[in-house]
Design a protein around this ligand. Structure first.
Ligand SMILES: [Zn+2]
Ligand SMILES: [Zn+2]
Length: 271
């Protein structure tokens, strides 16, 4: 079963129409596809979808038009701050992630913009302490299931997006970082069980391995988390980028099953 549940289109910050994406998915042999436009937040960041009614209508149209050739799911990528939006539509599934947060002083920071922006936020809002930036991310992640009800945890360690190329921002192998990440994982796992292996940062050249990092993947195994593989794709050329390697990556961590969304929920497939 070839499926990708993390897809962005021109309705948010992707570069292609949903129908162009559907055609490429069929060409590449996909069985099913889920669209997951970025849900609006009160901050109105540049990656959020502007016309959600048109988005929902278009995905529903494609669902019907391509029935029998490609199974299409209507989804959304919710942010910690998207609780209001999530109630507006009846989605087949939702991803839940943390892309931004507020510091104790109420300063707004983003986690996946660019290494340069992360550096600026650390200097301006976190007194130059990069580990505090990572701790803020994981504190927000730990609280996410209390704020939004999502089916899949998206890119659990997104804050480490630039860590390979900019290890000076904070030490993603250090004790403070790992403690914050593991505490958040245990908190999230109490309420959610499906986590995403996300190859998006590999496709965009930021990382050589998918999210999450091996130490988190081992803990996910110990906590019996269920995994899906997705590409967080903004360009359909990368719709299945690094999928084969991702399977090997999770096998090496002791997983023998990968999950897919079906009409009746998530089902496992041996790998
Ligand atoms: Zn995201
Ligand atoms: Zn995404």
């Amino acid at each position: 079963m070839l499926q990708n549940l993390h897809m962005h289109s021109a309705f948010c910050d992707g570069n292609s129409t949903p129908e162009e994406i559907v055609r490429i998915a069929i060409e590449r042999g996909f069985d099913s596809l889920g669209f997951s436009s970025h849900a609006p937040t009160p901050f109105g960041t540049s990656c959020e979808m502007r016309d959600s009614d048109a988005y929902v209508a278009e995905i529903m149209r494609l669902k019907e038009l391509y029935a029998g050739r490609l199974e299409i799911f209507l989804g959304a990528e919710l942010d910690y701050f998207s609780a209001e939006f999530a109630k507006k539509y009846s989605f087949d599934y939702t991803l839940g992630g943390v892309h931004m947060a507020l510091t104790d002083e109420g300063e707004f920071v983003e986690f996946d913009h660019s290494a340069k922006m992360s550096e600026e936020y650390i200097t301006r809002a976190l007194r130059g302490d990069g580990e505090r930036f990572a701790e803020l991310y994981y504190r927000t992640m730990a609280d996410m299931p209390n704020k939004i009800s999502a089916d899949v945890v998206a890119h659990f360690d997104l804050v480490s997006k630039f860590s390979e190329k900019r290890p000076d921002l904070f030490n993603a192998n250090g004790k403070r970082y790992r403690t914050a990440a593991l505490e958040a994982l245990h908190a999230v796992r109490e309420r959610m069980e499906v986590f995403e292996i996300n190859t998006g940062a590999v496709a965009r050249g930021h990382r050589s391995t998918p999210y999450p990092a091996p130490f988190l993947l081992s803990e996910m195994r110990a906590l019996n988390c269920k995994l899906i593989i997705s590409s967080d794709c903004h360009d359909p050329a990368f719709i299945d980028c690094h999928f084969k390697e991702a399977k090997e990556y999770i096998k090496a961590a002791g997983f023998d099953t990968v999950y897919h969304l079906s009409a009746s929920g998530f089902v496992g497939e041996k790998i």
